[in-house]
Structure formats: structure tokens, C-alpha cells
Design a binder for this molecule. Structure first.
Ligand code: ATP
Ligand code: MG
Length: 729
């Protein structure tokens, strides 16, 4: 390890190994780098055993990266060190000591799906109406309680008397009992139980405290109470605790992260040193300036200096898109051009957005242009559960013999038709030589089963029958909209009213947008063609993916990472800042910190975009430009070249423009006699640009400007009267 690769302040932070230390510094100032060098320094210079070091990161990805960085510095010498996320560290402790707190050593970890099943069981046993108090609500509250380290009893003391929370207490109690009976822990339990082991067993605690001579924590601003307590327990032996963080990057307030952990560090760990790093090594001057200008609008913050020696760099490229598709193509087009020009890899690029639902349009554009991409920490849009559920319905309407789809769809929303009933119906179908669907139709007519099940079957069959014929002639977007409204899936999700269920609803609505978009380029606009394209799409998906992929992710998952070129899309009021944050100053400040995180991921180039019209969740809306764009001084913004080019043309004198236009018109003669036949969605062929689809049409009669997304030439805005266009039938 070469300590001279660090600046003076960073060196300080590395060699000050003894006692509590808080490194408080802005983005890209080398906090994570200091942590890795500190580990290397401890092992190499101070001859500390790797097994005496504990390093905690926020995500598995971060842990992996840190391990690679340390290995680069000192090679295999790092083996034996404890390095991982809070959860993985706790599992390690519990695998040894769970038996001391009433679990078997081979306890199982319940993931969110298991949690859901368990919570449901509890609600049922307690006779709580799931429609009024949903399992998601209850699980959310239980997790909140656990993050605050409240047992069911303590929770009860705090909240008794509240109608809903009283129910939560009951469920929490039973849920916890069941977990223990099943020898299982949920994610939150991992931390709580590790703490319990330490709290109740002095010997074990002191063993760990003696073992972990040096403790390091990255992204400390995002720790919650339970995590804080754990860190405290583990580090109190030698109190050589080094935490790094940035209050401006605290973005998990909504999940119980407590910024007080940073604020109170000096109080909690007397004698603590604070080191501030002020030089940013990651970003160009322009990018850093933009970030600083945005974050300074937060009132509740201590201002801090952050400067860089890096080049001025390009201005922030700012594109005002006309639609979300235009935006997506802008991203892909610029990415391809930049990649060619600068011989880069796909991995040098990241596209960041506020919510997962925004990925769909981007995914389509990447797929169409054949650029390989990966979604980080999310499921590709068409692989999402709710989308598959909904598509199952559409498949059955198209093809009622599709047994797999029936099995998937029939109990969504819940109709009391579980796998056992399905087996029974299947048996009946087999005996009578019917398809599963025919058996269902028969069962619905003859009331073959119990009242509840018959009702469910009837509901299901009625929907399929109702739309079977429609599918042959109605446009798929209308058809899908009606089916979605009819099946009651949205209502079921609405009752949950959680972050997750809301995002599922958003995704379902987004599917209608996808159908509308499909219609624009499709021949028939009918369900059969839609499903065909849909299945082909997922085929291609699998082939395309390789290791050199552009990363698409939410701003939250981008924390701690860096990329030469970053695209941030959807900078609109109501999207980012999100509509949910708009009524509370504090939430807007958290959104602004997220914007700061986003901007500071970029090293060389940053593109930001917003769209004046956006179809999302099946609705089209005009959103205002995000306040965050307005907070970037205009001299730092640059409008991309093709926009500038078209602006320049606009500026040339009217007559010369007209002459040029006329000459062009003469030369190329528009093939379209009657321009009124051109509409959004019309497929056209342009002499020079080739095949494309009209996405918007603006302006007075006779002077319309038409915007066309071309298959290979990107998006162009053209004068309809003179463009050499042909309609493709
Ligand atoms: N002294 C230095 N000399 C050269 N490069 C440096 C130096 N310090 C940091 N860097 C580089 O700057 C970039 C940012 O560093 P790092 O990721 O450690 O910052 P950070 O403070 O953890 O950022 P974030 O707040 O986003 O997590 C990295 O590529 C790192 O290698
Ligand atoms: Mg970092």
C-alpha cells in the first residue's frame, strides 16, 4: 500500500487508527477509499490480524467492491476479516450463538414472501379482516417497531388505545411467537437477535469486543437505531471505531435511518475526532458545481466546502424531451454516439431514475436499439409479478386452453380458489375429457363446489367470457384497461396501501401505456399480435444480456457508486421530487439529497432530462420542470447539439429558410397528398431517415411540425408539408 496516493487529510484519517473517528465529507471525497486504505494500513503497517477487523457496508454490492479494493491493495492478506452488510455480519454471529436465545443453530431466514404468508396466517387466526388491516400494513408497522427496537410489549405500551395499532400489537405478538416456533427469523430479527445475544451474554460480548479491535462503518448517515446499537456493542472494547458518512446523502429517512447517529457521534463516543475531507476526486468542476448549487437549497444542513482539481469538463447536458419515449431515445442515441466516439464500454454508463416504473420505456428503447442493459436491484419490467399476473389474464382471453396462465390468474385477486381446489377441478376435467377452462365453465354453471368457490369460479369465468370476442376486434389498450378494471386486482392492492402495493398499481397502469405504444407501430393493434411481440421480447432479453451492460437503476441503489457518464431522467415535479414528498418540506429535502447523490455519481459527463408530456401508469400528464433543474445555474447547462442545430436553423432568416424549404420540397416532393391522415402512431417512411413512427404533431394547419422516432436515425422534428414522407400501410 502506498500512502502517498492519499491527500493530507485522507492520510490523517488513515493513520489515526486509535479511538473513535468520524469522517464527515461530501460525495466523491474519498471516504470509501479512506476506509479501504485504513484497513490495508492496519494490516500492513500496524500488523493487525485481519480477524481483528470488522468492516460494515450498506449493500452486498458495496461489500464486494470493498473486498476487491482491499485485495488490490494488499492481496490475500485480507482473508479472515469480517466484511459485509449488517445482515450478513449478524447471521455470522447467530449461526454460532442462536441457541442461547431459544433458536436452533440451523434457524431459517424468512424472506418477504415467507413473511407475508406468516402475517396472513396470523391475521386469519386473530379474526382480523384482511381487507381492513392488510398484511402489508401490519408487516410495515412490525418492521418499524423492530428498527426502533421495540418488543411487542413495549410497542403496546406506547400505542395502546389506537384502534389499528392495537391490532398491530396482537399480530406482532403472534407473528413473533410463530417465527420462534418455526425456528425462523425475518431480516429485522437478524439484527435484533444478534444484539440480544450480545446483551444477554457478557462473555460472548466481551469476546467479540476483544476480537474486533478495529471497527469501520461506511454510509453511517443511513443507519437506524438497531444498527447503531449493534455497532456500539461490537466496538466498545477498544472503541477504535471509524465511521464515514455525509449528511447530505442521507436518503433512507423513510426506512427509519436516523441522522442523529451522525450528529450525536461526538456525544456518544467521547473523545471522538472529526476529520473533514474537502477535495472531490470524482467529478468535473461543472458537475460538482451543479451538485453544490442544488444541495445548498436545503435549509436544514450544515454547509460544507467541496472543491476539485479536476478539469472543468463539459457542461451538464440538458434535454427537454417531448415524451418519455423521446427521452428514452435521447438517452440511447447519445449513449451510442458517445460510445463510438470515445471507444467506451457499456459499463461506463448508468441511467438513474426516481422510481422503478420509469424503467419500462428505457428498457424498450435499449432493447430496440440492441444495447445490452441490466437492471440493478430491480426486476425487469416484464418479469414483475403483477405484470405476469395481468398478462396471464390476457393470455387466457386469447387462448383459454392455457392452463398455466389459468392457474396463475384464477386466484388473483383472492377468490378462495387455492391449489387444492384447482387440483380437484383438474381431476374433474380429466375424468370428463375437458380442458381446465371448460371444466371451470361447467363448474360455474352447475355449482359443483362450495358456495364460496363457486362464486369465485363464476367471477373468473365471467370475465374471460366477456372479453373473449372483444379481443378479436378492439384495440388492445382499451381491452386491457377494461380487463384491469374488471378483475379487481387494483382494488385489492389499493387496500394494502403500502409502498410496495402502490408501486404494483403503478406498474399495472404502466402496462396500459405499453399497450398504447405498441398500437402505434403494430399492424393490427390487437391482443394476438401484442402477445406475440411480448413473448418474443422476453426471448431476446435472455440472449442479449452479457457482462458489458449499461446499468439502469434507481437513485437509491446508485449510492456509493460512480460512472464516467450518467444519465438522470424524469426530472419533473411530481416525479422527482416525487408527488408524495411535495407536501412536506422535510421530504423535499430528502429528495434533494437524492438529487445530490445522483449528480455526484458522474465523473465526466452528466445528462439530465425531463419530458413535457409523460405517459406513466396509463395516464398522460404534463409535469412542470423539476425545481432541481432550476436550482442548477443556467450557465452550467448545455442544450445538446442536435437541439442547437435545429435552433440555429430556426434562427436563419425566414426567406432563406423558405427558399431552402421550397427547393427541398421540389426535389423530394412529399408523397403524402392529404396530411390530415398523419396522426400520432402513423408509421412512415422517410427518404433519408428510413422507417419511423410519428410521436407528435404540432402547429397550425398547413404548418405542422411532426416528430418522428426513426428506427435507426433517432428522433427528428420535421416540417410535415415538405418532409419526403410516405405512409407505410
Ligand atoms: N487522493 C486521491 N487520489 C486519487 N483519487 C482519489 C483520491 N481519493 C479518492 N479518489 C478517487 O475518487 C473517487 C471517489 O472516492 P470514494 O468513492 O472513496 O468517495 P466517497 O467519499 O466514498 O464517495 P460517496 O460519498 O459517493 O460514497 C474514487 O474513484 C477514488 O478512487
Ligand atoms: Mg463511498
Amino acid at each position: 500500500m502506498n500512502i502517498d496516493l492519499l491527500n493530507d487529510m485522507q492520510k490523517e484519517a488513515v493513520i489515526n487508527t486509535e479511538g473513535p473517528l468520524l469522517i464527515l465529507a461530501g460525495a466523491g471525497s474519498g471516504k470509501t477509499r479512506v476506509l479501504t486504505h485504513r484497513i490495508a494500513y492496519l494490516i500492513e503497517e500496524k500488523e493487525v490480524f485481519p480477524s481483528n477487523i470488522l468492516a460494515i457496508t450498506f449493500t452486498n454490492k458495496a461489500a464486494k467492491e470493498m473486498r476487491i479494493r482491499v485485495e488490490k491493495l494488499i492481496g490475500e492478506a485480507s482473508n479472515g476479516m469480517w466484511m459485509g452488510t449488517f445482515h450478513s455480519i449478524c447471521v455470522k454471529i447467530l449461526r454460532r450463538y442462536a441457541s442461547l436465545i431459544g433458536y436452533e443453530r440451523d434457524f431459517v431466514i424468512y424472506d418477504p414472501t415467507d413473511q407475508k404468508t406468516l402475517a396472513r396466517e396470523c391475521l386469519k387466526e386473530l379474526n382480523i379482516d384482511e381487507k381492513k388491516t392488510t398484511f402489508r400494513y401490519v408487516l410495515g408497522k412490525i418492521s418499524e417497531a423492530k428498527n426502533d427496537m421495540l418488543t411487542p410489549k413495549e410497542y403496546e405500551k406506547l400505542y395502546s388505545g389506537d384502534f389499528y395499532l392495537d391490532k398491530v400489537v396482537k399480530v406482532y405478538e403472534l407473528y413473533q411467537r410463530k417465527l420462534i416456533n418455526n425456528n425462523a427469523m425475518d431480516f429485522d430479527d437478524l439484527i435484533l437477535n444478534a444484539i440480544k445475544v450480545l446483551k444477554e451474554n457478557e462473555k460472548i460480548l466481551s469476546d467479540y469486543q476483544r476480537k474486533f479491535k478495529y471497527v469501520l462503518v461506511d454510509e453511517y448517515q443511513d443507519t437506524n437505531k438497531a444498527q447503531y446499537v449493534l455497532v456500539r456493542y461490537l466496538s466498545m472494547g477498544y472503541v477504535n471505531l471509524c465511521v464515514v458518512g455525509d449528511n447530505d446523502q442521507s436518503i433512507y429517512g423513510w426506512r427509519g435511518a436516523d441522522i442523529r447517529n451522525i450528529r450525536d457521534f461526538e456525544k456518544d463516543f467521547p473523545g471522538a475526532k472529526i476529520i473533514k475531507l474537502e477535495q472531490n476526486y470524482r467529478s468535473s468542476v461543472n458537475i460538482l458545481n451543479a451538485a453544490n448549487n442544488v444541495i445548498k437549497n436545503n435549509i436544514n444542513r450544515k454547509s460544507k466546502k467541496l472543491w476539485t482539481d479536476n478539469d472543468l469538463g463539459e457542461k451538464i447536458h440538458y434535454y427537454k424531451a417531448q415524451s418519455e419515449m423521446d427521452e428514452a431515445y435521447f438517452v440511447v442515441r447519445n449513449l451510442i454516439a458517445d460510445k463510438k466516439r470515445n471507444k467506451r464500454n457499456n459499463l461506463d454508463y448508468a441511467v438513474l431514475y426516481r422510481t422503478n416504473a420509469q424503467s419500462r420505456v428505457l428498457e424498450d428503447a435499449f432493447r430496440r436499439e440492441g444495447v445490452s442493459y441490466k437492471l440493478v436491484g430491480g426486476t425487469k419490467f416484464y418479469d414483475r409479478r403483477e405484470i405476469k399476473d395481468f398478462i396471464s389474464y390476457m393470455r387466457i382471453i386469447q387462448n383459454p386452453v392455457d392452463e398455466l396462465s389459468i392457474k396463475r390468474a384464477i386466484n388473483i385477486p383472492k377468490r378462495g380458489i387455492g391449489p387444492k381446489t384447482i387440483e380437484k377441478i383438474k381431476g374433474f376435467a380429466y375424468e370428463n375429457n375437458l380442458s381446465l377452462y371448460q371444466a371451470l365453465v361447467y363448474a360455474a354453471k352447475k355449482d359443483l363446489f362450495s358456495k364460496k368457490i363457486n362464486k369465485g369460479i363464476k367471477e373468473f369465468v365471467t370475465i374471460i367470457e366477456k372479453y373473449k370476442n372483444d379481443a378479436l376486434e378492439r384495440k388492445v389498450s382499451f381491452l386491457m384497461e377494461d380487463v384491469l378494471n374488471d378483475i379487481g386486482y387494483i382494488e385489492e392492492l389499493k387496500l394494502d396501501n403500502t409502498l410496495e402495493s402502490r408501486s404494483r398499481i403503478e406498474n399495472l397502469r404502466e402496462m396500459i401505456s405499453a399497450a398504447k405504444e405498441f398500437e402505434r407501430t403494430s399492424e393490427t393493434g390487437l391482443l394476438a399480435e401484442f402477445l406475440e411481440e411480448f413473448s418474443l421480447r422476453s426471448d431476446i432479453d435472455n440472449v442479449e444480456e452479457d457482462d458489458d451492460s449499461v446499468l439502469l437503476m434507481t437513485l437509491h441503489s446508485a449510492k456509493g457508486l460512480e460512472f464516467p457518464i450518467v444519465f438522470m431522467v424524469g426530472l419533473e415535479e411530481g416525479i422527482f421530487p416525487s408527488s408524495r414528498s411535495l407536501n412536506e418540506d422535510e421530504s423535499v429535502e430528502e429528495e434533494r439529497r437524492l438529487m445530490y447523490v445522483g449528480i455526484t455519481r458522474a465523473e465526466e459527463k452528466l445528462f439530465i432530462t425531463h419530458s413535457s408530456i409523460r405517459s406513466m401508469y396509463g395516464k398522460t400528464s404534463c409535469n412542470l420542470v423539476s425545481r432541481f433543474i432550476e436550482e442548477i445555474p443556467s450557465e452550467l447547462l448545455d442544450v445538446p447539439k442536435d437541439e442547437v442545430a435545429s435552433r440555429k436553423t430556426r434562427k436563419t432568416s425566414f426567406t432563406s429558410q423558405m427558399k431552402a424549404d421550397l427547393a427541398y420540397k421540389e426535389k423530394s416532393k412529399s408523397k403524402i397528398e392529404d396530411v390530415t391522415v398523419i396522426k400520432t402512431g402513423t408509421k412512415v417512411f422517410h427518404k433519408i431517415f428510413g422507417e419511423g413512427t410519428v410521436v407528435s404533431l404540432k402547429g397550425n394547419k398547413g404548418e405542422e411540425n411532426v416528430t418522428i422516432v426513426f428506427k435507426t436515425k433517432g428522433i427528428k422534428k420535421l416540417k410535415l408539408s415538405i418532409a419526403p414522407l410516405e405512409i407505410i400501410q
